[in-house]
Design a protein around this ligand. Structure first.
Ligand code: FE
Ligand code: FE
Ligand code: ZN
Length: 276
């Protein structure tokens, strides 16, 4: 069975996201923990969360994925911005315990000219201040396209962050197909080689989730512009190989393609039909 969902708006609450997911044929979903630009989080309504947990159990949902605001920057040169990133994540992880045992993904950050070594050090040290031995959430570093001064543009940078983290069992990776393609990894013609490299550098046991996106731009463009499945440079055939790959097919896949709900429903139907 293919575990697939898409990014959903959290505006109407947790139960509403579960219902939206079911309506479009998904059995999981991704959501922002708060406004993606990083403002104050909405108060959690325990009854709303409880309703989602029940719906999830009744319908056998796969693991859920929360996404941190993408404006958080754990490796800004400005210490106040780093402090804000840490405080926001502490609060997010506290709130995630209402939905125990799920995933929380974040963009490692942009070093802003400090250099990747400094960025990697700051990201790892932030994680060491916020991760708790008793948390039930696994925190995921997202593979980045390498636009601007993004950290996480190659598997080695993610590995170095993980190496700096003490509570390693709380940390993993979310692979974004558009991002790795834009970063220069040829998942269209050399998927096996790319996965072997991921395994050699990071270890496939650290891979918890896939952001399934096509890309508007060619390989190595460092742009990070998502396209609908089959409409971009990655293409449908390569994406079908990805969801069916023996080393990936057990993972949860989350669409972040430019779509409304009917568009996501079409992509999910198409991908389920292509899953063998
Ligand atoms: Fe992301
Ligand atoms: Fe992504
Ligand atoms: Zn992206």
């Amino acid at each position: 069975m293919l575990n697939i969902g898409c990014h959903l708006s959290a505006a109407k609450g947790f139960q509403a996201m579960g219902k939206d997911a079911l309506q479009i044929g998904a059995n999981t979903f991704q959501f922002f923990t708060r406004n993606p630009r990083g403002s104050k989080a909405k108060e959690i309504d325990p009854r709303d969360v409880e309703a989602l947990l029940q719906l999830r159990a009744e319908n056998n949902f796969a693991i859920l994925l929360a996404h941190a605001p993408y404006t958080l920057n754990a490796c800004s040169a400005d210490r106040n911005i780093r402090k804000f990133a840490a405080e926001t994540m502490v609060d997010d992880l506290k709130r995630m315990e209402y939905l125990p045992g799920n995933l929380y993904n974040f963009h490692p950050g942009s070093h802003g000219g400090q250099g990747p070594e400094m960025g990697i050090k700051q990201i790892a040290s932030m994680l060491n201040t916020i991760l708790r031995p008793d948390q039930t959430t696994t925190v995921l570093l997202e593979t980045m396209a390498g636009k601007g001064t993004e950290v996480g543009r190659c598997f080695e940078e993610l590995k170095q962050i993980i190496d700096g983290v003490t509570l390693k069992d709380k940390i993993g990776v979310c692979l974004d197909t558009c991002h790795v393609y834009d970063a220069g990894y040829d998942i269209v013609n050399k998927l096996n080689e790319v996965l072997d490299e991921f395994n050699r550098v990071i270890g496939l046991d650290r891979l918890y989730a896939i952001h399934l996106n096509d890309s508007i731009n060619p390989i190595g463009s460092h742009k990070d512009r998502h396209e609908q499945i089959g409409e971009g440079f990655i293409g449908l055939e390569a994406i079908v190989r990805i969801i069916n790959h023996s080393k990936l097919r057990h993972l949860p896949f989350y669409l972040e393609t430019p779509n409304d709900l009917p568009g996501y429903e079409r992509e999910i139907r198409m991908l389920r039909a292509a899953f063998q």
